[in-house]
Design a protein around this ligand. Structure first.
Ligand code: GAP
Length: 494
């Protein structure tokens, strides 16, 4: 791991974002827990994601599903047969590696999408050896990544922990469609955990065995979806894309991309919506974002069109996948119709159709890590410049000193604000140290009760990014905070 990763991981442990699971027992590779700040950041990210992506349609809803799924359902979906990675094992020490990642790590060129024999050949040609003991490898074998389980006292029922939240939606599609307005497009999202027995989770929080996903499955009729979208609005919007056979990132207008790659309008429309989410809602810098096309051999077995959502992360050595835009056709519902013998066909505008699926899929753990990577800087001061709406605490509330009733007034203010905002009360250490502590965890505003507050019922409010301070009346504070955070009013206009 590089220096930047160490810096961010240390921040994460020290301030309580994320840390290893079962740490007091030595931890378990690929499992992490969220501390108080991490949990708040996660909740805020999930709320922001839900607001934005469920807002893309008027018939899109959140559901939840069981994490354990019957064997029959994952056999039908293709995961029992195909949800696998290639594993290579050291001949001497037995250390296991995900073959394509190992190739990528050692040679700089990922082996994603290669077959077993191709991986073996490349590993031999590049003289890749075990990172632990320096010996050679056995031939690559396929390894299914699902966690199997036996259910019931005799273990009579076979099941798996779900490998993607998407499957929870497909199993609920029939009922979901019935209880909604029976029209297409129709969206169902799940925000929850998925489980993958990753071969060698050695990239810290990037490759976990218990991960959290936010996935929206949009069910649609491919002959009618375009008409429901305001494509004109984004026709000239420039997308930052990279094609699978071209090392350069390009900026192409949505219309140009459609013409160049013969992509459906509805697909490109959602690429634009995803890019806007990162650049406009979350304020990621343009140059750190790209949508990466996956070639035919690199796509998951269920995808016909696939662009990964990637952000350049210094701590992980370059562009990394945070999510994907997947056109899964009618593959999933057709497979479940076959496996369950339940009809997945719906009647819409007089026609019978098995809906197609466009999946907007995001890994929450990776997205949270990316926020810390993109927005944390340590120069003359340490600041986590998180978008205000995601910050674990909206504001810190401090008395300048704990005498003459300043602390009583500050505490009263803190309790009043707590009904509306997640605020943090702090009276320990100098005011400068308290500001510094808030800056480092991304708190966008700090409110200080001082001697003047006792006379005129005003406080100072300090902005994290500029360190500017303004004087505001206490009765207006709550609504001002809302304007700053939700309406993104510039601090200078306060
Ligand atoms: N439903 C589609 C699906 O699951 P995926 O590309 O396998 O597609 C979606 O996973 C996202 O989940 C990824 O883009 C990534 O952000 C996250 N993800 C996948 N495997 C992960 C892992 N082992 N650890 C952390 N996040 C992971």
């Amino acid at each position: 791991m590089n220096k930047r990763y160490e810096e961010l991981y240390s921040l994460s442990l020290r301030r309580g974002f994320i840390w290893p699971s079962a740490e007091i027992y030595g931890g378990l590779a690929g499992f992490y827990d969220y501390g108080p700040l991490g949990s708040m950041l996660k909740r805020n990210w999930e709320n922001s994601w839900l607001n934005y992506f469920l807002g893309l349609g008027d018939n899109y809803f959140l559901i939840d599903s069981s994490n354990i799924m019957p064997h029959s359902s994952l056999k039908a979906s293709g995961h029992v047969e195909l949800f696998s990675d290639f594993l290579v094992k050291c001949k001497k020490c037995g250390e296991s590696y995900k073959a394509d990642d190992l190739l990528g790590e050692v040679t700089g060129t990922s082996g994603e999408g290669l077959k077993a024999e191709e991986l073996d050949k490349k590993i031999t040609e590049a003289n890749v050896k075990c990172l632990k003991c320096g010996n050679g490898f056995n031939a690559a074998t396929e390894f299914n990544m699902m966690f199997p389980m036996s259910i019931g006292s005799e273990g009579q029922d076979k099941g798996y922990l779900r490998p993607e939240t998407a499957q929870g939606v497909y199993l609920n599609f029939k009922r979901g469609f019935e209880v909604a307005r029976k029209k297409l497009p129709f969206g169902l999202a799940i925000v929850g955990r998925a489980y993958r027995n990753e071969i060698s989770p050695r990239q810290g929080v990037y490759r976990m065995r218990e991960l959290i996903q936010a996935e929206l499955q949009i069910f649609f009729d491919p002959t009618k979806f375009d008409k429901t979208l305001d494509f004109e609005n984004i026709a000239n919007y420039p997308l930052r894309v990279q094609f699978h056979d071209d090392p350069q990132i390009k900026e192409l207008r949505c219309e140009e991309l459609i013409a160049k790659k013969e992509l459906p309008k509805y697909y490109v429309y959602h690429m634009a919506m995803v890019q806007k989410y990162y650049l406009e809602q979350l304020q990621y810098p343009l140059e750190r974002f790209r949508l990466l096309e996956l070639g035919e051999n690199e796509r998951a077995f269920y995808n016909k069109i696939h662009y990964d959502i990637e952000v350049n992360l210094e701590s992980l050595g370059g562009f990394k996948e945070l999510g994907g835009i997947h056109y899964r056709t009618d593959y999933d519902l057709s497979r479940h119709q076959e496996g369950s013998k339940e009809r997945m066909e719906v009647t819409f505008e007089g026609e019978k159709i098995i809906p197609h699926v466009l999946e907007l899929s995001f890994g929450i753990d990776r997205n949270l890590w990316s926020l810390i990577d993109v927005f944390y800087e340590k120069t003359d001061r340490a600041v986590l410049r998180l978008p205000a709406v995601l910050a674990p605490f909206t504001a810190g509330v401090f008395p300048l000193v704990t005498k003459n009733g300043l602390d009583v007034k500050a505490k009263k203010l803190y309790v009043a604000l707590r009904d509306y905002h997640n605020v943090f009360y702090d009276e320990s250490g100098s005011i400068g140290r308290r500001y510094a502590r808030m800056d480092e965890i991304g708190t966008p505003f700090c409110i200080t009760v001082d001697f003047d507050s006792m006379k005129d019922d005003t406080v100072t409010i300090r902005e994290r990014d500029s360190t500017l301070q303004k004087r505001v009346p206490i009765p207006k504070l709550e609504s001002l905070l809302r304007e700053l955070i939700i309406k993104k009013k510039p601090f200078t206009e306060l």
